[in-house]
Write a protein that binds this ligand. Structure first.
Ligand code: GTP
Ligand code: MG
Length: 294
C-alpha cells in the first residue's frame, strides 16, 4: 500500500490570469466561474481532488489588487489566508505579465518557505521566442520557484503539473471525506452562476456593484426550486439589470438555469428578484452576511 499524501495547494496571482480555469481543469468540474473580466472570483473556493492514496485540496482565490473599497479588502484577506495554510504555493502569471499588482504579496512569495510553482499560463497565445524570454524573466525574478509553462484552457501541461504537486505534498491522512468536492454549499454555486451571467452581459461598473443571495433552495426528487435576489447599489442599476420589459433579467435566469441543470444534474426552476442594497460593498455587516470574512 502506498503512503497517503494530502495537503493544501493554493493558487494566487493577478486578476484574469486563469486561476479559476486551472482549478476547474484540475477538479474536472466547473466549481469556479470564469469570465474575461478582472475580479471574477471574490471568494476563496476549495476544489478537492481525491485519489486512493492522495487528497489534493486546491484553493482558488481572488486576483491580487490594491483594494479601493471594503469588499476588495475582504477579497485580499482571502488571498492572505491562502498563504497561511499552503503546503504548495501556485503562483500563476500569464504571458506578457511583468509584476504582481501588490509588492507586499510578491515579497511573501519571495520569502515563502514552502515550494512555489510558477505557472506561466496562456502559452497557447505565445510564440516560442517570447515564451523563452518570459521564462528567463521569471527565473531571474524568483530563482527559487519552479517554472512550468501551461495552457489551462487547452489543458496543456496541466496533468504534469498535477503530478509534480503530488510529489511535493507531505504524507498525511485526508483532511476531508473522500467524496467531498468543495467546501462551499449548493447555494454558493447558484449565486456564482448568476454572477457569471451578470459579468458576461452587463457593462462597466454594473457587475462590480452586484451581489447575489439565494434565499430558497428546495430540492425535490425531480426538480430544484431556487429563489435568488440580485442586489445592486442604486435604483438606476436595478433598471439596467431588469432591462426592457424584463428581457435582460430573463436572459440571466435562462442561462444560469441551463448551467445549474448541468451542475446539479437535475431540472432547475429559478425565480429572480432585484433589490437595491445601498453601498453594500462598504458595509461591514452586509459583507459579513454575504460571506466575505475569511
Ligand atoms: N488563451 C488562453 N486563455 C485563457 C487560458 N486560461 C484562462 N484563459 C482565459 O482568461 C480569462 C480569465 O480566466 P479566469 O480563470 O477567470 O482567470 P482568474 O485568474 O480566475 O481571474 P479572476 O478571478 O478575475 O482573478 C478567461 O477568459 C479564460 O478563458 C489559457 O490557457 N489560454
Ligand atoms: Mg477567478
Amino acid at each position: 500500500m502506498n503512503k497517503h499524501r494530502s495537503g493544501f495547494v493554493n493558487i494566487i496571482g493577478n486578476p484574469n490570469v486563469g486561476k479559476s480555469t486551472l482549478m476547474n481543469a484540475f477538479v474536472g468540474e466547473k466549481l469556479s466561474i470564469i469570465t474575461s473580466k478582472a475580479q471574477t472570483t471574490r471568494h476563496r473556493i476549495l476544489g478537492i481532488v481525491n485519489g486512493d492514496d492522495f487528497q489534493v485540496i486546491l484553493s482558488d482565490t481572488p486576483g491580487i489588487i490594491k483594494p479601493a473599497y471594503e469588499l476588495q479588502s475582504s477579497m485580499m484577506d482571502f488571498v492572505k489566508s491562502a498563504f497561511e495554510d499552503a503546503d504548495v504555493l501556485v503562483y500563476m502569471v500569464e504571458i506578457g505579465e511583468k509584476a504582481l499588482k501588490d509588492e507586499a504579496f510578491f515579497k511573501k512569495i519571495e520569502n515563502s518557505k514552502i515550494p512555489v510553482l510558477l505557472l506561466l499560463n496562456k502559452i497557447d497565445t505565445s510564440e516560442q521566442e517570447i515564451l523563452e524570454e518570459q521564462i528567463q524573466h521569471w527565473q531571474q525574478l524568483l530563482p527559487k520557484a519552479e517554472i512550468h509553462p501551461i495552457s489551462a484552457l487547452e489543458n496543456f501541461n496541466v496533468k504534469e503539473v498535477f503530478d509534480r504537486i503530488l510529489e511535493l505534498l507531505p504524507e498525511a491522512p485526508p483532511y476531508y471525506p473522500k467524496d467531498q468536492l468543495t467546501d462551499k454549499p449548493e447555494r454558493f454555486f447558484v449565486n456564482e452562476t448568476l454572477r457569471e451571467k451578470i459579468l458576461l452581459h452587463y457593462k462597466k461598473e454594473i457587475p462590480y456593484a452586484v451581489e447575489v443571495e439565494t434565499e430558497e433552495f428546495i430540492e425535490d426528487d425531480d426538480i430544484i426550486r431556487i429563489r435568488s435576489v440580485i442586489m445592486v447599489e442604486r435604483d438606476t442599476q436595478k433598471g439596467i439589470i431588469i432591462g426592457h420589459k424584463g428581457s435582460a433579467l430573463k436572459r440571466v435566469g435562462v442561462e444560469a438555469r441551463k448551467d445549474l441543470e448541468k451542475f446539479f444534474d437535475k431540472q432547475v426552476h429559478i425565480e429572480l428578484y432585484v433589490k437595491v442594497n445601498k453601498n453594500w460593498r462598504n458595509n461591514t455587516s452586509q459583507l459579513r452576511r454575504f460571506g466575505y470574512n475569511s
